[in-house]
Design a protein. Structure first.
Length: 271
DNA sequence: CCCGACGCCTGAGCGC
DNA sequence: TGCGCTCAGGCGTCGG
């Protein structure tokens, strides 16, 4: 599930359960996901009070009063379940609070990750240092994008998926933003004009903001034991809509595959 | 450095 | 019903 809006929705859901609470149990149920769990995760998190939550790109952050931050990434299939009735084989980390609430990080494909570090060291953490600006911040704009794309001959779609250019977009929202901005995914990144970059920045902000709003409205669903987030697929303009009419009214949604990843776009309006 | 391909995992859905 | 195939929202690494 996880691109920026889904992580944001997840963090907001976790916040209602964890903020201000003491963690009475923190139990990894296997040794690793994509990489090993921190060996001292249980010891450093158990008994700590959660002082706040946050998000950076597609990473969720859980800050504690011990000066630590647990950083999680949901990979392709990760999600947090709230008060699950049963703990299964894909529940890799279980957390309980002093209010008797229980959370489990479920991730069948195990492309996710959990890390733990001093909060003050977060900005120096290599994966964070490499990240580009938050797409919803003012640091992401046509000028910054112009600098980042200057001279790049790779297709714009690949550049937008590169978290060093802008941090938080994934395959779905890149397809959606390019459709809104009427830019072909294959377009050489460095050749986008200033006005087109402005349109693209605005389109990305729009689609992310709308998706977060839709996610926010399904927070009740989020809290269901099955953890279903209630996706916003009904609102997708092109993603997963091969053969259907493009909202532009002039074309049909086409699907192409590059290095195993699907791209959905409209040849009539995206140039 | 830049770029594209590939592997990591498991489950769901589909055609036969 | 069962099997095999394709596909999936991410990302790090490896060659060219």
């Amino acid at each position: 599930m996880p691109e920026l809006p889904e992580v944001e929705t997840t963090v907001r859901g976790l916040e209602s359960v964890l903020a201000g609470r003491v963690l009475t149990r923190v139990e990894p149920r296997r040794a690793d996901l994509r990489r090993a769990f921190p060996h001292d995760l249980r010891q450093r998190m158990t008994g700590a009070r959660v002082t706040g939550l946050g998000r950076r790109a597609k990473y969720g952050l859980v800050h504690t009063d011990r000066g630590d931050t647990m950083v999680f990434h949901l990979g392709m299939s990760g999600r947090w379940r709230v008060d699950p009735e049963e703990i299964g084989t894909h529940d890799h980390l279980v957390v309980e609070t002093d209010e008797g609430r229980r959370l489990s990080l479920m991730d069948p494909r195990r492309f996710g990750s959990v890390d733990l570090m001093a909060t003050e060291a977060l900005p120096d953490w290599a994966p964070f240092k490499a990240l580009g600006p938050e797409p919803l911040s003012a640091d992401f704009n046509a000028a910054q994008l112009g600098d980042a794309l200057k001279g790049r001959i790779a297709p714009i779609k690949a550049m937008l998926l590169d978290q060093r250019i802008v941090a938080g977009l994934g395959n779905i929202y890149v397809c959606e933003a390019l459709n809104i901005a009427r830019i072909a995914p294959t377009r050489e990144a460095g050749r986008l004009t200033g006005p087109k970059r402005t349109l693209l920045v605005e389109a990305a902000r729009q689609v992310l903001t709308e998706a977060i709003a839709a996610g926010g409205s399904t927070l009740r669903d989020y809290a269901r034991p099955d953890g279903e987030l209630g996706y916003f697929s009904k609102q997708f303009r092109v993603y997963g809509r091969e053969g259907e009419p493009c909202p532009c009214g002039k074309g049909v949604v086409t699907r192409r595959v590059d290095s195993g990843r699907s791209t959905f776009y409209c040849r009539a309006c995206q140039r």
